[in-house]
Design a protein around this ligand. Structure first.
Ligand SMILES: Nc1nc2c(ncn2[C@@H]2O[C@H](COP(=O)(O)OP(=O)(O)OP(=O)(O)O)[C@@H](O)[C@H]2O)c(=O)[nH]1
Length: 464
């Protein structure tokens, strides 16, 4: 591979159901003569997306072991390294992230990993925005905001579903969030290929403006300070902060040299992934590679620190001590660290958003399925952000592909089942999902007793 001619990579992002796969399929079917490898990541317990991406000559890699932004160092790098070794040159790589991914860590890979940097060049982050539904998520989803903020190109998609004045207001809102991105209005991701591939849009300095720690690796702790401690008893005091718990570890360091601090930092990373020992106020913090979780509810909370041998000790804390007005005291006097550093913490996801996946062999009764989905999405469509499935409906030898985004849904007959066994795969993604209710409801749509309510399949698009 010629390092002077790196392969352009496009990160395709956008909230759940925005239209990423639709755009991807358009790119894959277009006669562009380019050899494009596609890396596809999906959120949900049961994989459906691989069945929704059209069959093509392009290479398709799936990453279903977790969210791409959390596993970049594993799966993504492994796939990219494999692609880099290909004999036949590639013209481009397209990475479709899940709708809940933060594009930052994915983009970072192309700058921080030396082997990846040699072969690939991040061309642009393309964010697809669902013009009808994005407003529901911009206020309460960090990921939705990050996706817009990091975009080099924004495709304001589904323009057929909103009025022109709403569209103008939305575009103005997006423009405020990201003044630099090129915004194109699209329907079903219809756009000239050169507006999304090979645009040369990614700008590292803008990324570091959005996130000053963009290039830094993430750590399980936010702060470390090295203190000179005498033998005996010191104390860590903590006031009320945003969390009733804080993990810490206290490690001896030989000196303030970069090498010694790096050794301590790596030991702290290992320690933070161990099981924690819970300490309550009055319990002593001891030096050594133990993950100690301070738990406090009354303030100030005081934790003695017992040191056998005088010397330098690095205290790693899960949260920044300023958030808790936390300080180390010796003989009642506050002491300042001789060295300190603020780390980029692990990014977090909205844990309220979960998925329920079901996979059931058999045939579905089209009428019952229709009625169930209609009521379900009408009553729970605010919380069900996304639903999709590949279904076997009684009386049809074709697969039924079901797609829902909130209350809007669409059913389309797809290729025949052929020799494959008829298995119904469904996934729901959203908040407050009731697993038992969803699975039971879906099961009730199966033809079990030979009694069929009707052959009607949920065909075409509509709103529940
Ligand atoms: N009306 C309308 N529907 C669209 C448009 N673009 C996509 N859709 C529909 O929106 C639904 C979701 O589209 P996808 O392309 O699967 O969305 P996605 O972003 O890949 O979804 P996830 O991967 O689940 O996050 C499908 O039913 C599409 O047919 C559009 O411009 N207008």
């Amino acid at each position: 591979m010629n390092p002077k001619n790196p392969i352009p990579v496009t990160i395709l992002t956008g909230f759940l159901g925005a239209g990423k796969t639709t755009l991807l399929n358009r790119i894959l079917t277009e006669q562009h003569g380019k050899k494009i490898a596609v890396i596809e990541n999906e959120f949900g317990e049961v994989g459906v997306d691989n069945q929704l991406v059209i069959q093509s000559d392009e290479e398709l890699f799936e990453m279903n072991n977790g969210c791409i932004c959390c596993t970049v160092r594993g799966d993504l790098i492994r796939i990219l390294t494999r692609l880099a070794k290909r004999k036949e040159p590639l013209d481009a790589v397209l990475i479709e992230t899940t709708g809940l991914a933060d594009p930052g860590p994915v983009a970072q890979t192309f700058f921080t990993d030396p082997e990846i940097r040699e072969v690939f060049r991040l061309d642009a982050i393309v964010t697809v925005v669902d013009a009808k539904h994005i407003a529901l998520h911009l206020d309460d989803s960090d990921e939705a905001r990050e996706q817009v903020a990091f975009a080099d190109v924004i495709l304001l998609n589904k323009i057929d579903l909103v009025e022109p004045n709403e569209l103008n207001a939305l575009e103005a809102r997006l423009r405020k969030m990201n003044a630099a991105a090129k915004i194109h209005r699209t329907r079903n991701g219809e756009i000239a290929l050169d507006r999304v591939l090979g645009v040369g849009g990614f700008n590292l300095s803008r990324a570091t403006e959005i996130d000053p720690q963009f290039l830094e690796p993430e750590y399980p702790f936010e702060w470390a300070g090295v203190y000179e401690l005498p033998a005996g008893k010191a104390a860590l005091t903590i006031d009320e902060g945003p969390d009733p718990e804080m993990s810490v570890t206290l490690l001896p360091v030989a000196s303030l040299s970069e090498t010694d601090i790096t050794t301590a930092r790596e030991a702290a990373v290992r320690t933070f992934s161990d099981w924690e020992t819970v300490l309550r106020p009055g319990d002593a913090i001891l030096p050594g590679e133990t993950h100690q979780q301070l738990s406090f509810s009354a303030f100030p909370a005081v934790f003695p620190v017992l040191v056998k041998r005088a010397g330098l000790y690095a205290l790693f804390t899960q949260h920044h001590p300023d958030e808790f007005n936390a300080a180390l005291h010796i003989a009642g006097e506050g002491v300042a660290p001789k060295w300190e550093h603020t780390f980029k913490p692990d990014h977090e996801h909205d844990e309220e958003v979960t998925s329920v996946g079901v996979s059931l062999p058999g045939n579905l009764d089209g009428k019952r399925l229709n009625e169930w989905l209609d009521v379900l999405l009408r009553t729970k469509g605010n919380d069900i952000f996304r639903s999709k499935g590949v279904l076997a409906v009684h009386g049809s030898d074709q697969r039924l592909v079901f797609q829902g985004v909130h209350m809007l849904f669409d059913g389309r007959l797809d290729r025949p089942w052929g020799d494959e066994s008829r298995v119904n795969t469904f996934v729901f993604i959203g908040r407050n999902l009731n697993r038992d209710e969803l699975v039971e409801g879906f099961k009730r749509c199966l033809v079990t007793d030979g009694v069929i309510a009707g052959h009607a399949v949920p065909d075409g698009s509509r709103e529940a």
